[in-house]
Design a protein around this ligand. Sequence first.
Ligand SMILES: [Zn+2]
Length: 306
Amino acid sequence: MRTDGPVGRLAPTPSGALHLGNVVAFTAAWLSARAAGGRVLLRIEDVDQGRARAEIAQGQRDDLAWLGLTWDDEAPPQSARDYAPWLAALRDVYRCGCSRRDVALAGGVYPGTCRERARPGGAVRQRLADGVHRFIDRVHGRVEVHAEQVGDPILQRRDGAFAYPLAVVVDDIVDGVTEVVRGADLLPATICQVALWRAFGMTPPTWAHTPIVLGADGRKLSKSHASLSIAAMRAAGWTPEQVLALALRLLGQPAADTLEGAARVFDVTAIPRWSWTLALRGDHPTPDAIVVVPTSGVSDGSAAPR
Ligand SMILES: [Zn+2]
């Protein structure tokens, strides 16, 4: 796909309904591409077939359309792609027979136990170069991550299923994506993706990582925060304009009546580096009941404003 402007993407995982955290990231992705006269792709990231549900993907499309976060094309879903030739082309990979429990016992980050052992079966991991990896993020600036913080990611599971860290890079290459805008929880893992892009002989896209939205329990918003899903907010009386206004606020952008208007004044450097904690007064997520508080950055430790 050839285009003069950037190509961005909205890439929901259809394992839970969209929530405000997704919308913050998707709004930024949409604005970033549109502000530069670029294109927006939709891609359903259903590589984890054990968790993906077609009806959830449809609900996500409905929520995005309701918000006005339109897309120019829908890329094939991950479930329709063949990643085997891509994996076969990689040299810096190895077999790992460790269990989840082994990794948990090692402190939660895979320590590279199987790097020097040749094993017949097991998962396939990407061998990250040791030491500090660096990349430029449009929000966070120069980012440094130690390989040991992240650990060698799994590219293919022991049951043969391909894993997200491989799928997302192949998809972005095949789909012609030139800019990735997404939640800052994925900031450290970006070093694995940069390494894979280079291993495939490609120039990586630009990166921008947007604030994470946490629930009152201090955890990243997920499907367990059902009362803060977009569907619940719609049911509680929110208009698309009200959701957009909140997303723009959390992205440090000036108020705007429409997404097109917001795109005209979009400033990626105004996006906060901290996270937001979202609290709810009462049981229903009405526009008056949601309170957002800046919280110290989960990703890079930058301080929240007082
Ligand atoms: Zn291992």
